[in-house]
Write a protein that binds this ligand. Structure first.
Ligand code: 13P
Ligand code: SF4
Length: 334
């Protein structure tokens, strides 16, 4: 097979290499072998399917994954997550090869903030500092002053003087929650995540009634009426830690259901109930995160494709707000 002529076309059309895999292969073993041979590391987000989480070298939230990408000494980073996360890894480690098992693993939230519209929006608030949630494209980060994640958004805002005027994007739910916690009046970009906006208040209320001892925990990308019911609100790492440290035995979890794999592994005797969405499904999967599979990960590591590449100029511009986030996070011990 001539990869140099065939692969790009397949990638353009499918977003991944759709080559046949011998069904007798033990993919866990093969991936381990390839990792050693190529000095590669697999970084996976908590929303990945359990098999991918189990083969990863590091599993974490967006902040942890960025910190890991910045300090790894591997030659290849296989990013089992979505496109903006792999871009962030490339920006932080421009000399490393960054692979994403499926190039079409996007993010509905990042898509709500296109550069042309955001640039016009920014012009209306010339004296504002732009704090940008990491769930945004590299072009949008390049137009921002500081990046944040859900783990450090409160601290990033609080690191600025009280009278600083702030634009917060692209997630309006996270922005509103941070504004309330920090008592700051911020200009919010009106973006949101399709996965976190679909939780059903009615079904959650019924579930809480049926499980009166369960703690209801939610990611700050959820809407305000859902967050108002929550016993604890936090990033994926925050939610995981809460379930580990809590003496309670039952939890209703309002975020993408992939995190439950780690919760269950850490606390095998506790019960985790995914919060139900308004549609007919029992739990909530991110269709972008779940585009990655063990098969795609294997092929991507074997052929070193698809690769995420960015121009030197874009890396130079977008690295500044990301580094600022990492520096502030370190000051706060995050
Ligand atoms: P965390 O940074 O909390 O892992 O969130 C990432 C994400 O995409 C939430 O939808
Ligand atoms: Fe984007 Fe939402 Fe999926 Fe997170 S869960 S990657 S914010 S679409």
């Amino acid at each position: 097979m001539n990869l140099s002529t065939e692969a790009p076309e397949v990638l353009l059309e499918k977003g991944y290499l759709n080559y046949e895999i011998d069904p007798t292969l033990d993919l866990f073993e093969e991936i381990e072998k390839l990792k050693k041979e190529k000095n590669a590391v697999i970084l996976a987000h908590y929303y990945q399917e359990p098999d991918i989480q189990d083969i990863a070298d590091y599993i974490g939230d967006s902040l942890g994954l960025s910190q890991e990408a910045a300090k790894t000494d591997a030659d290849i980073i296989v990013f089992a997550g979505v496109h903006f996360m792999a871009e962030t890894a490339k920006i932080l480690s421009p000399n490393k090869k960054v692979l994403l098992p499926d190039l079409k693993a996007g993010c509905s939230l990042a898509d709500t903030c296109p550069p042309d519209l955001f640039s016009k929006f920014k012009e209306k608030y010339p004296d504002h500092t732009v704090i940008m949630y990491v769930n945004s494209t590299a072009d949008i980060k390049a137009m921002s002053d500081i990046v944040c994640t859900s783990t450090n958004a409160v601290q990033i805002v609080e690191s600025l003087p009280k009278d600083e005027k702030i634009i917060f994007g692209p997630d309006k739910n996270l922005g509103a929650w941070v504004a309330k916690k920090t008592k700051r009046d911020m200009v919010l970009w009106p973006g949101s995540c399709m996965v976190h906006e679909i939780f059903s208040l009615e079904k959650i209320t019924k579930l809480k009634n049926r499980h009166p001892n369960a703690k209801f925990i939610a990611h700050p990308e959820c809407e305000d009426h859902v967050l108002k019911l929550a016993d604890y609100i936090g990033s994926t790492t925050g939610l995981l830690k809460y379930t580990i440290n809590s003496l309670e035995q039952e939890f209703i979890v309002a975020t993408e259901s992939g995190i439950i794999h780690q919760m269950q592994k850490a606390s095998p005797h506790k019960t985790f109930i995914p919060a139900p969405p308004t549609n007919s499904c029992a739990c909530n999967d991110c269709p972008h995160m779940k585009r990655n599979t063990l098969e795609k990960l294997y092929l991507c590591l074997k052929y070193e494709l698809p690769e995420v590449n960015l121009s030197k100029e874009l890396i130079e511009k977008s690295v500044k707000p990301i580094k600022r986030m990492l520096d502030i996070s370190a000051q706060y011990g995050l």
